[in-house]
Ligand binder design. Structure first.
Ligand SMILES: [Zn+2]
Length: 156
């Protein structure tokens, strides 16, 4: 609990992700192989507590496109929970957790983080997050929160 409350003071500079959400992202990315998985992350106060996997309509190992109607449905679900979209995520099946040139070109807003999960080393997934402004990425440190009980205490 106390650790979580302290994290609230550094939300501008970190993306805190509940371990359960991180595990879902890793599992979804592994199951999608060899294509990229993608989706959205929701939460509040910079802390991610909701996981959404969306259809990769590109069905590609190097690209990811999401259906607008699935994005709207996910964002609507977040709002109903009193949350907002904190990050857009996708996996890189075989390349590092860096924003590709295409990722940067498609990053349309500086208001969310872009999270990339690399399965380049299958046993050691690497998750990095960035904000993007004018196609320039700035890394946002990711913190994985191992706090299953705290999420129910904070549930609204
Ligand atoms: Zn990418």
């Amino acid at each position: 609990m106390r650790v979580i409350q302290k994290l609230a003071t550094v939300i501008r500079t970190n993306l805190a992700i509940d371990k359960a959400v991180y595990d879902e992202m890793v599992n979804a990315s592994r199951q999608a192989l060899p294509i990229e998985a993608c989706g959205l992350l929701g939460g509040s106060f910079g802390r991610v507590t909701s996981f959404y996997q969306l259809t990769n309509t590109d069905n590609s190992p190097e690209h990811c496109s999401m259906l607008p109607e699935e994005q709207f449905a996910a964002v609507k679900d977040m709002r109903q929970k009193g949350q907002r979209m904190l990050a857009i995520w996708h996996s890189h099946p075989a390349t590092p957790a860096r924003m590709s040139e295409e990722d940067l070109r498609l990053a349309y807003t500086p208001d969310v983080a872009y999270a990339v999960l690399s399965l380049e080393f299958p046993e050691n997934p690497v998750l990095r997050a960035y904000t993007v402004e004018d196609s320039t990425p700035t890394e946002v440190p990711v913190i994985i929160l191992e706090t299953s009980e705290a999420s129910s205490e904070h549930a609204q």
